[in-house]
Design a protein around this ligand. Structure first.
Ligand SMILES: [Zn+2]
Length: 408
């Protein structure tokens, strides 16, 4: 399976289920005289190692102390350690799926809907039912999140910012991080221009009791980039207490939106809403079709934009379109035009090499826009990266049907 996954999904990170591995401990190690101590040591290593070095050194000691060199199960687990031990997988986003509970996996999604006797035909129907139930639960959670309030723990504006965006469940996890800040202390380790590195100590309550753990947080004042060696943000998408400690000390009033993942936002519908199932009526089917067309075009453009320059250019265009689409107050007044609006390549604009037809098209479409928008678009075009090509937006109706193409 490992080989097949690597071949079919080369970009995917394949992980083994920690819950199933730990469940096998009694069966695989139960025969050893010192089973209880081995089990405790193994669990501590797996769940409490902060650094890779801690895990590897501790593992070697455990194997040596309890003469486990010949245990094939442990040997193969060590060979595969990068696929299951939390300390190796925490640098990658898993949406919190990790770790100890089977219920966090896909099993929970299908629980009550399919079993070992479900036929393929029944599976397709039940998949629709499971999806519908998930949507209903999510709608309820979003409704609750939008219509109930949480008590704030602090006066920090950041807490209010997260409350406005997060669903209740995620906001509660964030508040746990805020509470955890009480146990953290920090000191400046080094500074280099706008980049500062801090040492943050935290108190960790593990099986072996309380102990102090040291994390490293790097913070770039210029762009508010922040990273912590605990990797909670990379792993779960939640800003950790160590990062919060520094952000608050630095008097950051508002955290950049990149630190609020869209998957945790209560005001965003997720992609599975666009998956067709047997409950879709004609209208929602149309929506799905539109979504598929848009996704296909974006996917194509993303594949073309392989170089750094093309990537940056495409990102800038997408961000500009997103901004326009979400600007409800100006929508339909400034942005919807009957004619196609061509944005010329920054190279062409700066070098003045565009042909007259394109220049005319741009002039006529831009003339429909207010002066401030025209100016900002012009500035954007001249400061974006140098790609030859055009991007066109065809706004035929208020609801969309936009074609998005990148020509070379
Ligand atoms: Zn952290």
């Amino acid at each position: 399976m490992k080989v097949a996954v690597a071949e079919v999904f080369p970009e995917a990170r394949h992980r083994l289920c920690l819950w199933h591995i730990m469940k096998k401990i009694p069966q695989k190690l139960g025969g050893y005289g010192e089973y209880k101590v081995i089990k405790k040591t193994l669990k501590t290593l797996v769940y409490e190692s902060v650094q890779i070095r801690d895990f590897e050194d501790g593992w070697s000691k455990m194997i040596k102390n309890y003469s486990l060199e010949q245990n094939e199960w442990l040997c193969s687990l060590f060979d595969d350690r990068k696929r299951w031990v939390p300390v190796y997988v925490k640098e990658i986003f898993w949406a919190g799926m990790s770790t100890t509970q089977r219920s966090e996996s896909m099993n929970a999604f299908f629980d009550g809907y399919v079993n070992s006797k479900t036929s393929l035909r029944q599976f397709v129907e039940q998949y629709g039912n499971a999806l519908k139930s998930k949507m209903e639960k999510e709608n309820k959670a979003d409704f609750d999140s939008l219509n109930s309030s949480y008590k704030f723990l602090t006066q920090f504006i950041i807490e209010r910012q997260f409350h406005e965006s997060y669903t209740n469940a995620i906001f509660k996890l964030f508040q746990d991080e805020l509470k955890g800040m009480l146990y953290c202390n920090f000191s400046m380790f080094k500074t280099d221009g706008t980049l500062s590195t801090f040492h943050v100590t935290d108190i960790f309550q593990g099986k072996l009791g309380r102990r102090r753990v040291l994390y490293t947080v790097s913070y770039n004042e210029a762009n508010c980039d922040i990273q912590c060696s605990c990797h909670l943000f990379e792993f779960r998408g939640i800003v950790c207490r160590h990062m919060m400690k520094i952000l608050i000390d630095k008097d950051v009033k508002e955290i950049p939106s990149r630190y609020i993942l869209s998957r945790w936002r209560k005001d965003i519908k997720h992609r599975h809403y666009y998956v067709t199932n047997c409950y879709d009526d004609f209208k929602s089917g149309e929506q799905v079709k539109k979504f598929d067309q848009l996704s296909g075009n974006f996917y194509e453009a993303a594949h073309i934009a392989k170089s750094q320059e093309k990537y940056e250019y495409l990102m800038e265009c997408i961000n500009m379109v997103k901004e326009q689409l979400t600007d409800e107050s100006n929508w339909g007044v400034h942005y919807v035009t009957k004619s196609t609006r061509n944005l010329l390549s920054p190279v062409k604009v700066s070098e003045g090499k565009e042909d007259n037809t394109m220049q005319d098209q741009r002039d006529s479409s831009l003339s429909n826009m207010p002066l401030n928008k025209v100016n900002s678009s012009s500035v954007d075009m001249q400061t974006t990266t140098s790609i030859n090509g055009t991007i066109s937006f065809d706004g035929n109706s208020l609801m969309g049907n936009y074609s998005f193409s990148l020509n070379h």
